[in-house]
Design a protein around this ligand. Structure first.
Ligand SMILES: [Zn+2]
Length: 150
């Protein structure tokens, strides 16, 4: 058996149990799957990967009130953005900003002429590639402009 999250054309959500995905398609095509709220067919499968991946939705009634939105599931894009922001905050807090001196400072650290530490700063694409060719491990991060300002 397999459970699908379903949504009727009116937006009611409910769960349906089927023998297989094929079984679901067959029943749906025959108009056999009706919404328990309003009785309409033409239901659609909701993507359930979000719930599977992120867990944590609070238990609640499976069928929503008409027009009600949101059941505690989080938008995976917001989630990813949040994680990335936290990662950036962490990196910014734990590295020393050497600004335009980044390529020179990275070389000094690599040669042991400066204390080994995490640094960040600006480097052009050419400088970045030159550092990599010299065997110096550097990473480019797409930092949003507002974060780059401070
Ligand atoms: Zn319905």
């Amino acid at each position: 058996m397999i459970v699908f999250d379903l949504r009727c054309p009116e937006g009611h959500r409910f769960e349906g149990w089927f023998g297989s995905a094929e079984d679901f398609e067959t029943q749906r095509a025959s108009g056999l799957i009706a919404c328990p709220n309003c009785g309409r067919d033409g239901v659609e499968r909701m993507p359930s990967a979000v719930r599977l991946n992120l867990g944590a939705s609070p238990p609640g009634p499976r069928a929503e009130e008409p027009g009600a939105r949101g059941d505690g599931r989080r938008d995976p894009f917001s989630e990813a953005h949040l994680l990335y922001s936290r990662l950036l905050d962490e990196l910014l807090a734990r590295s020393e900003d050497v600004g335009e001196a980044f390529p020179a400072e990275a070389r000094r650290i690599h040669r042991g002429e400066a204390p080994a530490r995490a640094i960040r700063g600006q480097a052009s694409l050419e400088e970045h590639e030159a550092l990599l060719e010299e065997g110096i491990p550097v990473v480019r991060l797409p930092i949003p402009p507002r974060d780059r300002m401070n």
